[in-house]
Design a protein around this ligand. Structure first.
Ligand SMILES: Cc1cc2nc3c(=O)[nH]c(=O)nc-3n(C[C@H](O)[C@H](O)[C@H](O)COP(=O)(O)O)c2cc1C
Length: 330
């Protein structure tokens, strides 16, 4: 609408006449992965809400900036908010998340189904007392069971939660069947939205070709991003400048924790990033305690070259960016 035709209205008028329509649009363009509009919608000013429902394959730089900075919530435009996340369309999207991973598995040449994890036997108390950041690694190869165990205890699926409402609403049962469940994982996540994806470089893991991968927790599988041929192996040496006390060529797994800010910002606004940081810490601690129990070395690395690493694993570094690194080796 041209600027001069804009109608002035009070907040009360706006809330009464405009908000219900906007909420319906938000519902439709839910930012959860199942929606076609997943990467085009997030917290937007009301005018952008209207336009994004019609067009848009773009993000707004200002919006991305706001989502990366701690600001007043009022700056974030209309939020979907915590209550909105109990609507049917959002619950339906969460339940259907499995479809996205199943689709990835159709690329059989690019995915590896991991074997069952090993039961970690060390007591929790012993593991917590024994955990240390270990930077010295042996150059020995790792087994695929080691990899499976680390990823499963890091953030694998450990349970389910029904999202059918207490009134047993007919909509979910009619459209999505009785099994109206979301998956729960080894690490907690605000609202069960799980905004952290584990990317990793794998080297010298038996049965897996060297390369960059990401973890598909719902299918306990890994998905290849790119294989590490000789030139890429060289490239990782320049990307991975972890410090003089770390022999980088001996590392078997480099975990990159990637935060997708559009995954939880609609609900949590300017707290979304803070929540993601908490969740990264929880996943990282799971990894380190599992490694301790299994006699594997691990160490968090804050001193990574963010831009280079993001480029290397193939993410944009803006809407999805690396917020922590853990190195793991035998
Ligand atoms: C967020 C974070 C970043 C870290 N960055 C590095 C790093 O860049 N290089 C390194 O050698 N250790 C790094 N560490 C490991 C710490 O140096 C280590 O945790 C600390 O010295 C305490 O020792 P401990 O983990 O063995 O108990 C990091 C740890 C955390 C939690």
């Amino acid at each position: 609408m041209p600027q001069d035709q804009k109608k002035k209205m009070t907040l009360e008028e706006f809330q009464e006449t405009e908000t219900p329509g906007l909420l319906a649009i938000y519902d439709f363009t839910s930012n959860i992965a199942i929606s076609n509009y997943f990467d085009t919608t997030a917290v937007k000013i009301p005018e952008a809400c209207y336009s994004s429902s019609l067009l848009a394959k773009n993000h707004f730089l200002s919006e991305t900036y706001l989502l990366n900075r701690k600001r007043n919530s009022m700056d974030m435009g209309l939020s979907y908010g915590v209550m909105g996340y109990s609507s049917f369309s959002v619950r339906g999207s969460i339940v259907q998340r499995k479809l996205a991973e199943k689709e990835e598995l159709e690329h059989e040449d690019l995915t590896v189904r991991l074997p069952r994890y090993r039961n970690v036997k060390m007591s929790l108390g012993t593991a917590i007392r024994a955990r240390r950041s270990i930077r010295k690694m042996s150059d020995a190869s790792m087994t695929i069971e080691d990899l499976s165990t680390i990823l499963y205890y890091a953030d694998g699926v450990t349970g389910e939660l029904t999202l059918a409402s207490q009134e047993k609403d007919l909509l979910p049962v009619n459209t999505l069947g009785d099994n109206f469940n979301a998956t729960l994982r080894a690490a907690p996540s605000g609202g069960g939205l799980f905004p952290i994806t584990l990317y990793m470089v794998l080297r010298n893991v038996k049965g897996v070709k060297d390369g960059v991968y990401y973890y598909l927790p719902l299918e306990h599988s890994i998905r290849l991003v790119k294989a590490l041929d000789n030139s890429l192996a060289e490239e990782i040496n320049t990307v991975a400048e972890w410090g003089i006390n770390i022999e980088q060529e001996k590392i078997n797994i480099i975990i990159f924790y990637v935060y997708s800010l559009y995954s939880n910002s609609r609900k949590y606004l300017d707290m979304a990033y803070d929540f993601a940081m908490v969740e990264v810490g929880q996943i990282s601690e799971n990894i380190q305690l599992t490694c301790t129990a299994e006699g594997i070395a691990s160490c968090d690395i804050g001193g990574f070259e963010k831009y280079k690493c993001e480029n290397f694993i193939g993410i944009d570094g803006i809407t999805r960016h690396i917020v922590n690194v853990t190195i793991i080796g035998k």
